[in-house]
Design a protein around this ligand. Structure first.
Ligand SMILES: Cc1cc2nc3c(=O)[nH]c(=O)nc-3n(C[C@H](O)[C@H](O)[C@H](O)COP(=O)(O)OP(=O)(O)OC[C@H]3O[C@@H](n4cnc5c(N)ncnc54)[C@H](O)[C@@H]3O)c2cc1C
Length: 290
């Protein structure tokens, strides 16, 4: 086990000051940090505990904008009526993460900062066009999520900078949204492929501005502009959904690793996307009948 100098912050100001002074890195829920520390590969020797900073743990609405604090846990996401209504794919993703213990400790900010290509909250956040608020002592910036994720386990965060929160606009109605994950076992599985989709309909019942995002099939989770273009302006029918699912092949570049071959991932990405799109379409149809 790696050894660390350890500081604990009680407020956001204190957290930013301790990070600036020590050159350390944040520990939030610790579910990734401790695994990496056990392997001796965590890239810092100073940890600053953020878990008591209450200002970073919230889910709220500000006009049409939904904001989620970085310290929000998976259990918080699952318990939120606001997120069930406005971000159902994110809630579906949170439900698949680890075990109850992982969901009680693991945080949204930690999932983003860990920047795993297979991170389960990342495709749903991409389909929501989420932005990330980054803060450090004396400054802040807001970036689209895709610009925060720079490569496998790499973010664009500067030294001393933390993820404060994410934000997205409340989707227009009616919108169908879904998240699906293929793992190598039933529970506690890291994704071989994960997919999130969002299908907003315009007043004429045509698909307006669909989003399709996939994880574990490229160096970072990615949107599929080709699939989104196939869906644009179309009515909800199975042929269109199937053609959109096939189009994800143009936007992914999977590798072979211990969890699956590149070829398996390509086939799984198409099938999983088709299922997610059908699920989202079914939600809209059921909503229309209700
Ligand atoms: C048993 C087990 C099962 C798991 N299953 C899944 C799964 O199914 N799907 C999945 O996606 N993940 C899974 N994970 C990984 C992990 O739980 C998530 O990535 C979790 O969201 C990390 O959050 P955390 O608060 O524990 O982060 P930590 O471990 O505290 O931190 C992770 C990284 O993020 C940085 N960090 C944390 N918060 C911030 C912040 N606010 N600003 C800047 N940097 C920050 C840390 O410095 C560190 O580099 C699993 C982990 C375990 C141990």
């Amino acid at each position: 086990m790696q050894e660390f100098d350890f500081y604990a912050a009680n407020t956001l100001d204190e957290l930013l000051r301790l990070l600036a002074q020590s050159g350390g890195r944040v520990i939030a829920g610790g579910t990734d940090v401790l695994v990496q520390a056990q392997r001796g590969v965590f890239p810092a020797s100073v940890l600053v505990d953020a878990s008591r900073v209450r200002e970073l743990r919230f889910i709220g609405q500000d006009g049409e904008t939904i904001r989620i604090g970085a310290l929000t846990t998976y259990a918080d996401i699952l318990a939120s009526p606001l997120l069930r209504e406005t971000a159902p794919a994110l809630v579906m993703a949170a439900a698949t993460v680890g075990a109850p213990q992982t969901r009680a400790r693991g945080t949204l900010g930690g999932n983003i900062a860990n920047a795993s290509p297979a991170g389960d909250t990342l495709p749903p956040l991409l389909t929501l066009d989420a932005t990330v608020r980054l803060v450090k002592r004396g400054g802040e910036r807001v970036l689209p999520l895709a610009e925060v994720l720079c490569g496998p386990r790499q973010t664009c965060l500067e030294p001393g900078e933390i993820i404060h929160s994410v934000a997205f606009r409340r989707p227009s109605q009616p919108t169908g949204a879904a998240f699906l994950k293929l793992g190598n076992r039933q529970g506690m599985a890291i994704a071989v492929v994960n997919v999130a989709v969002s299908l907003p309909l315009d007043d004429d019942g045509r698909i307006a501005g669909a989003r399709v995002a996939l994880g574990a099939v490229a160096p970072t989770p990615v949107r599929s502009p080709r699939a989104e273009a196939v869906l644009y302006g179309q009515s909800l029918n199975d042929d269109v959904l199937e053609r959109a699912a096939q189009a994800v092949l143009y936007d992914i570049a999977p590798i072979t690793d211990v969890r699956g071959s590149a070829d398996y991932r390509r086939k799984a990405a198409v099938r999983l996307t088709a299922r997610a799109l059908r699920l989202a379409a079914q939600q809209i149809r059921e909503g229309a009948q209700a």
